[in-house]
Structures are given as structure tokens and as C-alpha cells.
Design a protein around this ligand. Structure first.
Ligand code: F6P
Length: 343
């Protein structure tokens, strides 16, 4: 078989581990050829590719990012995009394509398979941990470690200067990074997209803590967290090809608002892409490797339109349609674990 592979959407620690697993088992065990497409869906659209070999993928396991490059190109936003991908796959004599990505990349993979009959399967990735069909995505554990370490470090300044430190972490639709790093790092306020916040309640929590003799507070906020309607103004940013607004800004808005309302000196830190960068944790390397192995096995068996998912401790193949149907967000019960520690 000749199989293509691409990485789409935001980069994520563990992508190279998936590529390495696909190449290693694909070539060594099955005797397949693996073609790597450049920069997400842009690669198969523009026919930009390179042959991947065991030699060319050596040493990439601990490397962050993706050796294939990535983009947020949406093939369905290009005139004749899906047809072009089909033609390019045919001209390269590809039997199928493995798309490693988040909700957008997998959404496009699902449509290419379901609506255009292309032999495509997916591998779920995102630091946000919000893909519905899998219990965990690789990249999340690494982002969580980075965010927790940042909170630990910010405690120093918060305590020494008697400040409120606001830490903005990633999490567009789901607050997993904020919730888990907030719990692990001992955050005093944790704000997530699933639960619009009331700024007055936030300030009350901080005030209560200070009235009990604590002289500093840590507020962990997911970038996608929003105030309850009519309670605080925020501005929208630009959108990408999948219609996503460029986020980042809620931390600084909170900094001003908390300082104005409480009188406590407040500083915001936006962790941004630091959470996506650098070497994956051991957990992410192993999960990514397991996904890569499951993906090449699935491709070998012609299980197009599916994706490996972690269910409990087992890797299972699930339909791509199921994977993109719903986001995995934080439920009130899951958030409740943090509540006794707030304020
Ligand atoms: O989807 C992963 C993610 O890291 C989100 O948490 C974040 O909102 C987004 O990507 C940022 O994307 P970009 O790097 O394109 O600004």
C-alpha cells in the first residue's frame, strides 16, 4: 500500500511520535510506503509532499511540533478543494490518507470520506482535550504540566507582592487545562468556557480569601471563558478559515476589572503557545505512539472513516462522524472537584 499522512490545525506535543509510529510499523511490519504531506490540508491540495522513511523519521520522538508542518487550511473553503485532493491522491497512487488533527482537521477528514468517498482516517490530537469520542488526546498532559508549573512559579510573585495573579491558559471551548492546572496548582478562582462567570462573584471569592488573612490569590482562566451576559464587556478578534475567533485577552481584561473592583494589585500572565511547545511528556509520547500504531493497523485493514480513541485504558476504533459530532466539555460534576478550594 501507499499511504499519505498529514498534520493539521494547531501543533501539539506528540505529533512526531504519531508520525514515527505510522512510519515505523507501516514500513517495517507491513512493507507499505508512507508519503508525508506538508502543512495540513494545504499539502494534498497543492500536492506538496515528501517520502517518509525510517531514516528520515529517526530522533523525532521527543521533538515538539510536527516535522510535516501544519496549517489551518480548510479544503472545503477552496473551490474544488475536495476534488483536487482526490485527484492528487490518485496521481500519487495513494491507497489512503491518515489525517492527524483536532476537530477541524477531523471534521474535514470525515466529510472527505462521507461526502466524497475518499479513503481517509483520522488520529485525534489537541492540547484542549475536547474531542468527544476519546477520553484523552495526546498533548493535553504536556500542556497541563506546563500550566501547572507556571502556576507554581507565579505563586512566588503573588505571595511576595501580595498580588492577585491572573493566569490565562488555552482552552477554546473546553476548560480542561484551566480546571486541571487550577486543581493541581491550587488556584483560588478557576474560570472555564462551560460556565460563564460573574465578575462580582469572582471578586467576592478573592475578597473572602483576603478577609481570612491570605494576602494573595491565583486566578486561572481559560482563554475561552466569558462573562455572564451584560456583566462585563469583552471584544472579539479575527476569525480563521474554520470561523474560529482568535482568542487571548480575557486575562488582561480580568486584570483591570479585578484591580478596579477590589483595589488589590493584579497582574495577568498569558501562557499562550508555550503550552503547545517543547518536548511531550512520557504519557503523551506513549499515547501518541499507541494512536499511531492503531492508525496504521486501521489503514492496513482499510478501516476508512474511523479514528483510534482511548476508551478507559483501551484503544478502540470509532467512526469519525462520532468523533466530530460533539465536543468533550467539562461537566458541572467534574468542575465540582475544584469548588471546595475556591476563594
Ligand atoms: O486548538 C488548540 C489551540 O491551542 C486552542 O487552545 C487555541 O485557542 C488555538 O489552538 C490557538 O490557535 P492558533 O495557534 O492558530 O492561534
Amino acid at each position: 500500500m501507499r499511504l499519505g499522512v498529514l498534520t493539521g490545525g494547531g501543533d501539539c506535543p506528540g505529533l512526531n511520535a504519531v508520525i514515527r509510529a505510522i512510519v515505523r510499523k507501516g514500513i517495517d511490519h507491513y512493507g507499505h510506503a508512507i508519503v508525508g504531506f506538508r502543512d495540513g490540508w494545504r499539502g494534498p491540495l497543492l500536492n506538496q509532499h515528501e517520502e517518509l522513511t525510517i531514516e528520515s523519521t529517526r530522533g523525532i520522538l521527543p521533538r515538539g511540533g510536527t516535522i510535516l508542518g501544519t496549517s489551518r487550511t480548510n479544503p472545503f473553503k477552496r473551490e474544488g478543494g475536495p476534488e483536487q485532493i482526490g485527484e492528487n491522491m490518485e496521481s500519487l497512487h495513494l491507497d489512503g490518507l491518515i489525517a492527524i488533527g483536532g476537530e477541524d482537521t477531523l471534521g474535514a477528514a470525515n466529510r472527505l470520506h462521507a461526502e466524497h468517498g475518499l479513503s481517509v482516517l483520522g488520529v485525534p490530537k489537541t492540547i484542549d482535550n475536547d474531542i468527544g469520542a476519546t477520553d484523552v488526546t495526546f498533548g493535553f498532559d504536556t500542556a497541563l504540566q506546563v500550566a501547572t508549573e507556571a502556576i507554581d512559579r507565579l505563586h512566588t510573585t503573588a505571595e511576595s507582592h501580595h498580588r492577585v495573579m491572573v493566569v490565562e491558559v488555552m482552552g477554546r471551548h473546553a476548560g480542561w487545562i484551566a480546571l486541571y492546572s487550577g486543581v493541581a496548582g491550587g488556584g483560588d478562582v478557576i474560570l472555564i468556557p462551560e460556565q460563564p462567570f460573574d465578575i462580582e462573584h469572582v471578586c467576592r471569592l478573592i475578597g473572602r480569601r483576603h478577609s481570612r488573612g491570605r494576602v494573595f490569590s491565583i486566578v486561572v482562566v481559560a482563554e475561552g471563558a466569558t462573562p455572564k451576559e451584560g456583566t462585563m464587556e469583552i471584544t472579539d478578534g479575527d476569525t480563521d478559515e474554520f470561523g474560529h475567533v482568535r482568542l487571548g485577552g480575557i486575562g488582561h481584561r480580568l486584570e483591570r476589572e479585578i484591580e478596579d473592583r477590589t483595589g488589590f494589585e493584579t497582574r495577568a500572565t498569558v501562557l499562550g503557545h508555550i503550552q503547545r511547545g517543547g518536548t511531550p511528556t512520557a504519557y503523551d509520547r506513549v499515547l501518541a505512539t499507541r494512536f499511531g500504531i492503531a492508525a496504521i493497523d486501521a489503514a492496513h485493514d482499510g478501516r476508512w472513516g474511523t479514528m483510534p480513541a482511548l476508551r478507559g485504558t483501551r484503544i478502540e476504533l470509532v467512526p469519525l462522524a462520532e468523533a466530530v459530532a460533539e465536543l468533550r466539555t467539562v461537566s458541572p460534576e467534574e468542575y465540582a472537584v475544584a469548588e471546595p478550594f475556591l476563594g
